[in-house]
Design a protein around this ligand. Structure first.
Ligand SMILES: [Mg+2]
Length: 215
């Protein structure tokens, strides 16, 4: 039982995309389509080149936006509003997950590489509104994304989060490297096991995992 490994935790940090809703919702595919269109229009490139650039940015900078800002000095606010303007129709409420999150003792926050307004829409569609004490988006880290240490430093400082008193749930194993180094308990969420010494636990069912941790 992993309950003891979390008995010291007073702050629970959740990623958003593919952590608080399953990849099967295909929400990110809608965002990616809008990202590609935005890159095509803004940089004046065709679709294959835009897709290539997006893969390059994701691999080298963590997100498409981070690459665009480094290499092309784009306006992040208009980009974030544009790419996140998608339908939430594929999301369904998850009362079980809501109950399990509500049972966690202490402070509960979301930290996403998307924007906070987008996160609000997602958790509303998932029936998770009102369960979180704060929601942080990439705009709260000066548009620097996870997995960069400076991004975590900025958001965690803003929240008053103390690493050794916190746990983080996240589907991208890269985004657990720095949290692990900062003393957080790390839980990889996803269908494929995330490998690495920086991952304390893995689950492919967040509700199940949380059921062992709540009050
Ligand atoms: Mg994610």
């Amino acid at each position: 039982m992993h309950r003891d490994a979390f008995s010291h935790v007073t702050t629970w940090v959740f990623d958003l995309d593919h952590t608080l809703y399953p990849p099967e919702a295909r929400l990110f595919a809608l965002i990616e389509t809008r990202m590609t269109t935005w890159v095509m229009q803004t940089l004046g490139v065709d679709r294959p080149e835009a897709d290539h650039l997006r893969r390059h940015y994701w691999a080298h900078y963590g997100t498409t936006l981070a690459g665009l800002m480094r290499e092309h000095d784009v306006d992040p606010a208009s980009y974030l509003a544009e790419v996140h303007d998608i339908s939430m129709d594929s999301l369904t409420p998850d009362p079980l997950l809501a109950a399990r999150i509500a049972a966690l003792p202490g402070r509960r926050i979301i930290y996403t590489n998307g924007s906070a307004p987008y996160a609000e829409r997602v958790i509303d569609a998932r029936g998770l509104s009102g369960l979180f004490d704060a929601i942080y988006g990439v705009e709260h880290a000066n548009f620097l994304p996870k997995p960069e240490r400076a991004a975590f430093d900025t958001v965690f400082a803003a929240d008053g989060l103390h690493g050794p008193s916190a746990a983080m749930f996240e589907d991208d194993p890269r985004n657990l490297l720095e949290p692990h180094a900062m003393g957080l308990r790390t839980v990889h969420v996803g269908p494929v096991r995330g490998e690495g010494a920086h991952i304390h636990f893995h689950t492919d069912n967040l509700s199940d995992f949380l059921s062992h941790l709540g009050a």
